[in-house]
Write a protein that binds this ligand. Structure first.
Ligand code: C2O
Ligand code: CU
Ligand code: CU
Length: 458
């Protein structure tokens, strides 16, 4: 509660700095939105010694951490002060379709100078995030990504640490390298050169001695698969993609593709001054992402055991009666990824032999990949027939990952599944949220070059 009011206050201040009239709106008790977010340009010193021009929510990076209580309404006015259209998508929220932030599919793009009020209930607690769903290579690549934390009504007594991962494609002077290189877009995607956690390179994050920690790790990068690991300490997996893993289980290396999240639980050591590195594991080695530094604990009393998270109200699919859907992810490997004139081929990646042909702003909408019946259970067989990894994401629903031909799976809830090359996996869900829901790879260049579609539930 307190944190939320502080945040509202600081958001109001951030808004007031750039938009004096709006701060009056924020102060009004009759105000019918909790937050104002503006899309605007800003400057951040990501490299430490050279400023970078960013596109930011409220012109800043990291973007404001939005908080709402589970089951409560988030009301937010989005003002677009960029010179191009934008929207906000609420990744992982089982949202009212009209609020999903997808151009043309659920709303008109928010044009420069326009506003849009997002108003929706958050039915599930967990670690979610928000980002535009248009001009994504540029807008996400230059900073428009932020954490959305939906708090449990009685939040377990954890000390929270947010670890927001994002790479930037920067030269040493702070300016950008090309955000997308066609040759890379047709492989694993174009990787960033500068790795940041919460907008800083290898930051040191203070944690109270002996506290029970909840590390909310978010991969908000356009491309990279992270394999986060807290070195030398016993950690537990509390949740995956916002959905609680109950009971929490011993840590094992879990690759987080673009868009994916993982909450880890652990006790902070009791020795003040101790530092614990968090690595992105590469085989036996690791690249340090950040460190946790133990500081004196003035008020946090740690529970005797690490508490579980409460379950979210996700419907259980009826596997016996479920209808089977099949999705094959392919590429036009025999063709050249660029056209004769060198331009990018926007139909390189395919879902069920079709590339997204609606264009960047979805000016023409293709037919849905599948039409589902409201209330019915479905099993979707996903086949990655490419030699590349794809974090496949479904909007509006949370599915259960059932099985895979590549690894043994204890079924878990998720909104994004990272398919390894040639992997076949099965997911199941109840189609209980009506509307048109995007189904796409979260490697932004892949979705922009075909690996995108939608399903329709009515
Ligand atoms: Cu983060 Cu369409 O998704
Ligand atoms: Cu999403
Ligand atoms: Cu992909």
């Amino acid at each position: 509660m307190k944190r939320r009011s502080i945040l509202k206050h600081s958001l109001a201040l951030a808004t007031a700095a750039s938009l004096p009239r709006m701060s009056l709106a924020m102060a009004s008790p009759a105000d019918d939105f909790d937050y104002i977010l503006t899309a605007e340009t800003g400057r951040e010193n990501l490299l430490g010694d050279a400023p970078t021009d960013i596109l930011g929510f409220n012109g800043q990076f990291p973007a404001p951490v939005l908080r709402v209580k589970q089951g409560k309404r988030l009301r937010l006015r989005f003002d677009n002060k960029l010179e191009q259209a934008s929207t906000i998508h609420w990744h992982g929220i089982r949202i009212d379709n009209a609020m999903d932030g997808v151009p043309m599919l659920s709303q008109k793009p928010v044009e420069p100078g326009e506003s849009f009020v997002y108003d929706f209930v958050c039915p599930d607690a967990g670690t979610f995030w928000y980002h535009p769903h248009i001009h994504s290579i540029r807008q996400l690549g230059m900073g428009m990504v932020g954490a959305l934390i939906v708090e449990e009504p009685d939040a377990p007594p954890y000390h929270e640490v947010i670890i927001g991962l994002k790479d930037w494609r920067l030269k040493p002077d702070g300016s950008y390298l090309p955000l997308s290189i066609p040759r890379e877009a047709f492989r694993d995607g174009t990787l960033g050169t500068v790795n940041t956690v919460n907008g800083q390179q290898r930051p040191v994050i203070d944690v109270p001695a002996s506290a029970a920690l909840r590390l909310r790790i978010l991969n908000m990068d356009n491309t990279r698969v992270f394999r986060p690991e807290v070195s030398g300490h016993e950690t537990r997996i509390l949740s995956l993609d916002g959905s609680p893993v109950i009971p929490h289980r011993p840590f094992e290396l879990t690759p987080l593709g673009a868009g994916m999240r993982m909450d880890l639980a652990m006790y902070a050591p009791n020795r003040v001054g101790e530092q614990i590195p968090v690595y992105d594991k590469k085989g036996r080695f690791g690249v340090e992402l950040c460190r946790l530094r133990v500081v004196e604990n003035t008020r946090h009393t740690a529970p005797k055991t690490l508490p579980n998270l409460p379950a979210n109200p996700i419907a259980t699919p009826d596997l016996d009666k479920a209808e089977i859907l099949r999705f094959v992810f392919e590429w036009q490997g025999a063709l050249s990824p660029t056209r004769a004139d060198g331009a990018v081929d926007h139909s390189f990646w395919l879902i069920n032999r079709r590339a997204w042909d609606g264009g960047e702003d979805h000016h023409s909408l293709p037919e849905p990949l599948a039409k589902l019946t409201l209330g019915r259970s479905y099993i979707a067989e996903l086949h990655n027939a490419t030699p590349h990894q794809h974090p496949i994401h479904l909007h509006g629903l949370i599915f259960t990952v059932l099985s895979s031909n590549k690894r043994s799976i204890i079924p878990y809830h998720s909104d994004t599944i990272l398919l390894e090359k040639n992997e076949r996996a099965r997911i199941a869900f109840v189609a209980d949220n009506p509307g048109d829901w995007m189904f796409h790879c979260h490697v932004i260049e892949h979705m922009k070059t075909g690996l995108m579609g939608y399903i329709s539930i009515s």
